[in-house]
Design a protein around this ligand. Structure first.
Ligand SMILES: Cc1cc2nc3c(=O)[nH]c(=O)nc-3n(C[C@H](O)[C@H](O)[C@H](O)COP(=O)(O)OP(=O)(O)OC[C@H]3O[C@@H](n4cnc5c(N)ncnc54)[C@H](O)[C@@H]3O)c2cc1C
Length: 556
């Protein structure tokens, strides 16, 4: 049994399946569909509606060596460069060699990618790719199309049971420590209402990212890092958490804006928009030879520095010279999004600031998606397969979700054939012996986000992270005090999410404080250089006996 669990009522109902998949993005739905092909019963549990994860929001596309002259070797080389010395080369090789077929399988499932007049998939280029290898759908609506196709496929497969509006709480294990199901809270009516338990032969976490740990993020509201928090409580290893990719230009919606904020795509800068401060100074010129088109991390860092120097919360993007026709033809989505927030990019500067975009780290897995807890798998953004290293190459994440989902299903199928996936016996009542973590009040969510954005965002230092860690420890102490004074926060979705966010934030800050160098998307103001001699290794995080996350540097 896990030694820690979220405070929650005892399960009032139980159901059974072969494989329970948590999350309904590209990763979770692909696992479920492939597990079905292997003859396993699958149940998909998802926090909101089926298409409410990050997958639906993906704009750019999906990278795979599909074009003439491109090869997996070239895709591998580009991915390794982006990963800044920390990619697992075998994992990347798996991604790039199995990627093209995984995209073809997705097309066979029903996803319609943009094609030329001869029916060939149109491929574009993105930062860091030396070839045109990004397949896209509906122009900039790739994720929406992938989500549509996968949702349609699972909905028409009677062997996949879907439970929407259900927040998964904790893992259940059997006497051997093998994953044997999970506890969850269903926000519904009827038999499966409230806290219940699902017994299963294996559990797959596909819960997506953790962008909501920061005040500003491109991630949707469901991206609260629940999978990583659950895995830590279950005793799993989590790795590379410090590597958070920040998107440099997200529409700034005001000082009190929290949560998901609209992207102003790199393509706007690609077409010639400038970054300026309030005085109209183009501050990227002279910072990098590519000015506004420097790599994302450089631009995010320069914007943040300028904001700190000027004491402001945003910079501006100037695309007024495009004119009305070009805005309408080339960037209709962004134009509409800006206008819906009262900004007209045709005549006005667009206020922009960096925001958390992608978690390169996550629950550590092998090439079959197995975590360090037997029977527990992780897939998609929640996992750390080793393919991204210290920074993700653009458009590799949807591909990772597809490729490793297929591998997890193949592993489950092989285990099933070999008789290595038996029914598990789990004592649901006994699982309650695990230590119940006191819950944070719902308003702590915003406190966690503010602390993280202030001290553990784009620019980090020992001092900023010590302040963040102290603030986070204070929130945990308040929760403990309230619990002992018999005024604990009620167990409900908002308090469970706040508690998960807090655990993930604490783990992230501990890892980032440990890594005393600058590498990939981790920028330390006090250690501005990459230090291969000491730091070409991973930080692995687990929960200590007292329930706090502890990072250790993996030996070389
Ligand atoms: C704005 C934006 C643009 C992007 N553009 C691209 C791009 O062009 N190309 C690319 O490759 N990548 C892109 N990405 C990244 C990519 O979209 C994600 O990494 C990927 O979709 C993650 O897929 P996933 O299946 O792992 O998770 P998600 O799609 O995020 O799904 C996670 C699922 O888990 C569920 N869940 C979470 N917690 C719980 C819980 N406790 N209980 C039950 N269910 C839970 C959620 O509700 C959701 O269904 C972009 C991301 C964003 C936000």
């Amino acid at each position: 049994m896990s030694s820690y669990r979220l405070t929650a009522p005892a399960p009032g109902w139980t159901t059974t399946t072969d494989v329970v998949v948590v999350g309904s993005g590209v990763a979770g739905l692909t696992v479920a569909l492939n597990a079905r092909k292997a003859g396993l019963r699958a149940m998909v549990v998802t926090k909101a509606m089926l298409d409410d994860g990050s997958t639906r929001w993906a704009q750019g596309g999906i990278a795979a060596a599909l074009g003439p002259g491109d090869t997996p070797e070239q895709h591998l080389a580009d991915t390794l460069v982006a990963g800044a010395g920390l990619c697992d080369e075998e994992a990347v090789r798996t991604l790039v060699t199995e990627g093209p077929d995984a995209v073809r399988h997705l097309i066979a499932t029903g996803a319609a990618f943009d094609q030329d007049a001869d029916g060939e998939i149109l491929l574009t280029r993105e930062g860091g790719h030396h070839r045109r290898r990004i397949a896209h759908a509906g122009g900039d609506a790739t994720g929406a199309e992938i989500s549509r196709a996968l949702v349609e496929a699972v909905r028409s497969d009677p062997g996949v049971e879907l439970i929407e509006h259900a927040l998964v709480l904790d893992l259940l294990t059997d006497a051997d420590g093998h994953a044997a199901g999970l506890t969850l809270h269903v926000m519904g009516e009827g038999q499966r209402d409230g806290v219940g338990a699902i017994r299963s032969r294996a559990v797959v976490l596909a819960t997506g990212g953790m962008g909501q740990v920061f005040s500003a993020t491109t991630n949707p509201a469901v991206s609260t890092g629940d999978g990583v928090a659950l895995a830590l409580r279950a005793g799993a290893e989590v790795t590379d958490l410090e590597f958070v990719q920040f998107h440099p230009t997200v529409l700034w919606l005001g000082p009190d804006a929290e949560g998901q904020q609209p992207l102003v795509s790199e393509a706007v800068r690609g077409e010639g928009a400038y970054l300026v401060d309030a005085d109209g100074v183009r501050f990227m010129v002279g910072q990098h030879e590519l000015a506004e088109l420097a790599p994302r991390d450089i631009v995010a860092k320069a914007i943040t520095r300028r904001m700190e120097q000027r004491g402001t919360e945003h910079m501006y993007l100037d695309g007024r010279h495009f004119g009305a026709a070009m805005w309408a033809e080339r960037f209709p989505t962004i134009l509409a999004s800006c206008r819906s927030h009262g900004i007209d990019p045709v005549t006005e500067l667009i206020p922009v600031a960096p925001a958390a975009h992608y978690a390169s780290g996550g629950i550590r897995t092998d090439l079959s998606g197995r975590t360090t807890v037997p029977g527990l798998y992780a897939c998609g953004e929640v996992a750390c397969t080793g393919v991204h290293g210290a920074n993700r190459l653009a458009s590799n994440s949807l591909l990772e979700g597809l490729v490793f989902a297929e591998r997890i299903a193949a592993d489950l199928a092989a285990r099933s054939r070999a008789g290595d996936l038996p029914e598990r016996t789990v004592d649901v009542a006994g699982a309650r012996a695990a230590h119940a973590v006191p819950l944070l009040a719902p308003e702590s969510r915003a406190d966690v986000q503010r602390l993280m954005s202030r001290g553990a965002g784009v620019l980090r230092s020992a001092a900023s992270m010590a302040a963040t860690a102290a603030g986070l420890a204070g929130l945990a102490a308040d929760a403990r005090t309230h619990a002992t004074e018999e005024k604990p926060a009620d167990p409900r979705v908002e308090t469970w999410e706040a508690t998960n966010l807090h655990l993930v934030a604490t783990a992230l800050v501990a890892a980032a404080a440990l890594r005393a160098e600058t590498r990939g998307c981790h920028w330390r103001e006090d250690f501005p250089e990459r230090d291969d001699a000491h730091w070409r290794r991973h930080v692995v995080t687990t929960l200590a006996a007292d329930g706090t996350p502890v990072g250790t540097v993996e030996p070389q």
